[in-house]
Design a protein around this ligand. Structure first.
Ligand SMILES: [Zn+2]
Length: 104
C-alpha cells in the first residue's frame, strides 16, 4: 500500500517535471505531495521507516546566488545502473547543477 502511494507520487513527480510551467505543473506537484503525505502518514501509523530513497527530493540552494533551485529533470545516470541523475536549475541566475543518486 505504501509502495503504491509512493509509486503514484513518483508518477506525478515525473509528469510535473515534464509539464510546462503553469497550473498543470502546480497541480501535478500538489498531487505528488498528497500521495507522499499519504504514504508517510500510513508509514507513521504502522511505525515503519520509509526507505531513504523515498524521501522527498531535497532542493539545494544555488551555489552561485543562494536561490532555492528547481528540479529540472531526472534521468537515468549514464553508466550507473540503478542511479538517477537529477538536474537542478536556478530560477534566478540560470545556474545548473546535477547530482547522481541511487534510484531504489
Ligand atoms: Zn543562482
Amino acid at each position: 500500500m505504501i509502495a503504491e502511494y509512493l509509486e503514484h507520487a513518483l508518477q506525478f513527480e515525473r509528469m510535473a517535471v515534464d509539464a510546462a510551467e503553469g497550473p498543470l505543473k502546480e497541480s501535478l506537484t500538489n498531487q505528488a505531495l498528497a500521495y507522499r503525505k499519504l504514504a508517510e502518514e500510513r508509514a507513521t501509523r504502522l511505525r515503519l521507516h520509509l526507505p531513504k530513497a523515498a524521501a522527498p527530493i531535497a532542493r539545494p540552494n544555488c551555489p552561485r546566488c543562494g536561490t532555492r533551485m528547481m528540479l529540472g529533470r531526472i534521468r537515468p545516470a549514464h553508466g550507473k545502473p540503478d542511479h538517477d541523475e537529477r538536474t537542478f536549475e536556478c530560477p534566478n541566475c540560470g545556474n545548473e547543477i546535477s547530482e547522481v543518486v541511487k534510484s531504489k
